[in-house]
Design a protein around this ligand. Structure first.
Ligand code: AMP
Length: 124
């Protein structure tokens, strides 16, 4: 699937949709993390790569080893900052929806980090 540069996360990355400072959780050269606009749990954060990748399959195929490592490490960094990691909290769920059957709505790869309470069954 061709990357759609008009998706909402691409616009956030380009600064066309402003991200309030209180909504930003973490940023480095490779990833950006911010709160989900429609939280499904007490804590609901998103982390996205800065590169243009539609989904996890696309990312696995085209991203560099560095980009892949930074995204995975970024999940832990964000979890620690939010106090939900195994080090600092009680754990959380990280998940990525992939494509139509996966329920993906925004076509820019993102991981959801859900926590701050028991997250419950994986699939209902
Ligand atoms: P998915 O279904 O995995 O593609 O999830 C997309 C997520 O992006 C949803 O949980 C939305 O609530 C969230 N979302 C959409 N627009 C924004 C936005 N402008 N800022 C933060 N989160 C957003």
């Amino acid at each position: 699937m061709t990357y759609d540069k008009n998706n909402v996360f691409a616009k956030i990355l380009r600064g066309e949709i402003p991200l309030k400072s209180e909504d930003k959780i973490f940023e480095n050269d490779f990833v950006l993390s911010f709160y989900d606009i429609n939280p499904k749990k007490k804590i609901h954060a998103l982390i996205i790569p800065k590169g243009e990748y539609t989904d996890l399959d696309d990312f696995s195929k085209r991203a560099s080893e560095k980009e892949i490592a930074e995204l995975i490490k970024g999940i832990n960094t964000v979890a620690k900052k939010l106090g939900i990691s195994i080090d600092s909290g009680k754990g959380y769920r990280a998940l990525a929806n992939i494509g139509e059957n996966g329920g993906q709505e925004v076509p820019h790869l993102h991981f959801h980090l859900l926590g701050g309470e028991k997250v419950g069954k994986m699939v209902s």
